[in-house]
Ligand binder design. Structure first.
Ligand SMILES: Nc1ncnc2c1ncn2[C@@H]1O[C@H](COP(=O)(O)OP(=O)(O)OP(=O)(O)O)[C@@H](O)[C@H]1O
Length: 405
């Protein structure tokens, strides 16, 4: 990289008042010549600097493009097998395909055989994965003790009771199951429309039992970590064993456990491998009560029945859209930190929001607060809820179904 050239010395002019006029004139001429030279040198330098600036701008644009590409495209994982003189031999995970690829000198210097890297469709290396950016860390959300409690969940009393029996009791009181001589359920499957509180329930059990909450999203396993699904599932169970007591929460399990389709693309094979790994982890799972598995889906109809066999997800709990009573409770939970004008009638609002999920009721409350803020008030009034409701209904229409179940 070029360094900035040093600046030319500033010419000095020493005019002795006693000098004859001619000599002063000569000195002035000389000074003029020097000043012009310095001016030319500085102009040259300025031009060089401008060139450099536009080069750097191009670099920035290039890097921004790379950055965008990195954010938007699907990435595949590969391991560096060997570094040749100026190329890198990679082995792609999942299909074990070997490819030789070019790399920039900057990346080349950082690479070592054995490194795990993310590559794009054209096998260009996008990033080197270090311990932190390793797929395991990215694919799992881990919380020591999530802060959601049962009191934060509205309208799901029966479901909460079932979850507590199936997950909490075996964790807190395993002897009871031993004494009675039954095995606790292996896995609990929560199914129902989006935004109805499934994730919240899993977090609340973890909170109650002081368990580590480890979440993995099925869709990410197959879309983002192509070729890594099976390994990540294995890692998930290993991590849970390290962090006992733990609750494994697999969201959108339908993404890895959908019924087999006719098409036989490699993507399907990869999904199958991920699901087989999950089934084998569950089958080999020694249910001692300190690790619980909860999965959730909005697409119960799509599930491969193999995952519902005894010893797998053998406890099904339906989490429906809230009824009017549930909606009232959810609204009161999400408005409990707000100052409500006495004319706000949550039951009436619940009556007007048939078909709303918990998540949608939460946004209704937030949206109402926004209307109050816009109006310069701290108290939220009935008309704010009316305006929010109108806005949400307008945004949803025409024809976008609220839930898809
Ligand atoms: N029953 C409920 N009580 C209170 N809040 C709720 C309820 N259901 C949903 N919410 C609100 O909606 C948000 C999303 O809910 P959650 O993530 O539990 O839904 P989910 O059923 O897991 O949805 P998805 O299927 O989309 O993953 C929560 O953070 C919460 O604020």
């Amino acid at each position: 990289m070029s360094h900035s050239p040093s600046l030319p010395d500033r010419p000095t002019l020493n005019l002795d008042p006693d000098m004859p006029v001619e000599e002063r004139l000569v000195a002035l001429r000389e000074h003029y010549v020097n000043v012009s030279r310095v001016h030319d040198e500085l102009s040259d330098q300025l031009e060089l600097a401008r060139d450099r600036q536009s080069e750097l701008r191009e670099d920035v644009t290039e890097l921004q493009k790379e950055n965008e590409a990195l954010k938007t495209s699907s990435l595949y994982l590969a391991t560096v097998e060997e570094l040749t003189d100026d190329q890198v031999l990679l082995k792609q995970h999942g299909n074990n395909q070997e490819v030789l690829t070019d790399v920039s000198p900057r990346l080349y210097d950082q690479l070592e055989a054995g490194d795990r890297v993310a590559i794009n469709d054209s096998f260009a290396i996008q990033t080197i994965l270090d311990a932190e950016t390793d797929a395991r860390a990215q694919a799992m959300e881990i919380a020591e003790k999530p802060d959601v409690t049962y009191a934060d969940i509205g309208g799901l009393e029966a479901q909460i009771t079932e979850v507590r029996e199936a997950v909490e009791d075996p964790l807190l009181n395993p002897e009871a199951f031993e004494k009675v001589g039954i095995d606790p359920p292996t896995g609990v499957l929560l199914h129902g429309p989006p935004g109805t509180g499934k994730t919240m329930m899993a977090k609340a059990v973890a909170n109650r039992t002081d368990a580590t909450f480890i979440k993995m999203a099925g869709s990410e396993l197959v879309q983002k970590f192509i070729g890594e699904g099976a390994r990540l599932v294995r890692d998930l169970f290993e991590l849970a064993a390290e962090r006992e007591p733990a609750i494994i929460f697999i969201d959108e399990i339908d993404a890895i456990a959908a019924k087999r389709t006719e098409s036989k693309t490699s993507g399907d094979a990869e999904v199958q491998r991920t699901m087989m790994q999950l089934l084998s982890e569950m089958d080999g799972f020694d249910r001692r009560g300190d690790i619980s598995i909860i999965a959730a889906t909005n697409r119960f109809d799509m599930l491969d029945r193999a995952i519902l066999r005894p010893g797998r997800f053998d406890r099904l709990i339906e989490v429906p859209e809230p009824d009017i009573e549930g909606r009232t409770q959810i609204l009161s939970i999400h408005t409990r930190r707000m100052q409500l004008d006495p004319d706000v009638d949550l039951e009436r609002i619940a009556g007007d929001t048939e078909g709303f999920s918990g998540a949608e009721l939460e946004s209704l409350a937030t949206e109402s607060g926004m209307f109050a803020i816009r109006d310069g008030r701290t108290e939220v009034a009935r008309e704010d809820f009316d305006a929010a409701l109108q806005k949400i209904e307008r945004d949803d229409s025409p024809g976008t179904p609220v839930a898809f179940y």
